[in-house]
Design a protein around this ligand. Structure first.
Ligand code: ADP
Ligand code: TRP
Length: 322
């Protein structure tokens, strides 16, 4: 099974990114039957990040997050998108068969327009085409992503079909893989956890910062001694995504019996996050002092990825008459 996914280095990784996307990326690398391609989508990040230092830093940080979580396996190519320029070549060819009307229907573009975003660049407009190129160039079977990326995968399928109709059968249609149990991870305010809403919990933050993020989770005003409803509480919702069956059962009982405050629940959640990410946090600290190693992993990954990307581009050029 060939598996592919990408993540934009456009901010600090948070529990929503991990539970919605990164966790399944890493899980898939553990099956030796799988051949995995995972990349840091820095060309995509360029649509929003224009500060050179910031982009470099965020790319390296996200690379360290992934490596600390265990992505670097023999059956995996982990790389920077910009180290495989074939992605942008294929994007150009797809540009030539994609209608403007099709792109105008993209949620992300419509949202940006409605919100009156300042910079409506051509790059932002063709964002889904570059994503289609990222995916199709490796002809993967499965693309594990969060729920919000579903439309982009559907658009990639449409673009693949258009190419196949125009120049002959070339690209198999990729399937999205969305972990239903964690479709949307709530942030500290109960809305979708997202960098752009300032409601994130960052699993690699310093302990103090992490604790203060957990402590700001919004709860209702039920008094300490009263029974509480776990199913409407954001603390419990997050705990459920990380804890074991028996730990979840215990917290549920504590909520229902009363005399258990939200402060208790938050402390338990904070400790759970520390425990869950303990190994990764330690590994991440060591990587901070060994950035050359991180660069090497990415270079090695790019070499692997390029072998496949070059083959596809050769085939595409021939089919198109280039
Ligand atoms: P953000 O909203 O913080 O900018 P991104 O859009 O960069 O995050 O998302 C990167 C990946 O993480 C995507 O695959 C997305 O589906 C997933 N993801 C982000 N936030 C969440 C969330 N709150 N719940 C589930 N998945 C999420
Ligand atoms: N658009 C994706 C996101 O914001 C990142 C991405 C770029 C991607 N290219 C991809 C995801 C290819 C999956 C496949 O999360």
């Amino acid at each position: 099974m060939r598996i592919l996914s990408g993540m934009q280095p456009s901010g600090i990784a948070h529990l929503g990114n991990y539970l919605g996307a990164m966790r399944q990326h890493i899980e898939r690398t553990k099956n030796e039957q799988n051949e995995c391609f995972y990349f840091l989508a820095n060309y995509h990040a360029l649509t929003t990040v224009k500060d050179k230092k910031k982009l470099e830093e965020m790319t390296l940080n996200l690379a360290m997050d992934y490596i600390a979580l265990g992505i670097d396996n023999d059956n995996t190519a982990f790389f920077k998108q910009s180290d495989v320029p074939e992605h942008t070549e294929l994007c150009w060819i797809f540009n030539c068969i994609t209608h403007m009307g099709f792109l105008e229907r993209a949620h992300a573009w419509k949202d940006a327009k409605e919100k009156g975003k300042k910079e409506m660049s051509a790059g932002l407009f063709i964002y889904p085409i570059l994503q289609a190129a990222d995916i199709l160039i490796y002809k993967p079977n499965l693309v594990p992503v969060g729920q919000d990326q579903k439309q982009h995968i559907e658009m990639s399928r449409d673009i693949a079909e258009k190419f196949n109709q125009t120049w002959g059968e070339t690209f198999p249609l990729p399937e999205p893989l969305i972990e239903k149990s964690v479709a949307v991870v709530p942030g500290t305010d109960g809305e979708k956890m997202s960098k752009s809403y300032g409601n994130t919990i960052e699993m690699f933050a310093e302990e103090k910062v992490l604790k203060s993020q957990v402590m700001t989770i919004k709860t209702d005003s039920t008094p300490l001694e009263s029974p509480k409803n776990p199913d409407t509480c954001n603390v419990f919702k997050l705990y459920k995504l990380l804890a074991t069956e028996s730990e979840i059962k215990l917290m549920r009982e504590n909520y229902l019996k009363g005399g258990y405050g939200y402060g208790h629940a938050k402390t338990t959640l904070f400790e759970k996050i520390l425990e869950y990410f303990q190994d990764a946090r330690e590994k991440r600290k060591k990587l901070e002092n060994n950035k050359n190693y991180v660069e090497e992993v990415l270079k090695k990954g790019a070499l692997k990825a390029r072998k496949v990307a070059e083959q596809t581009i050769k085939e595409v050029r021939e089919k198109c008459g280039l």
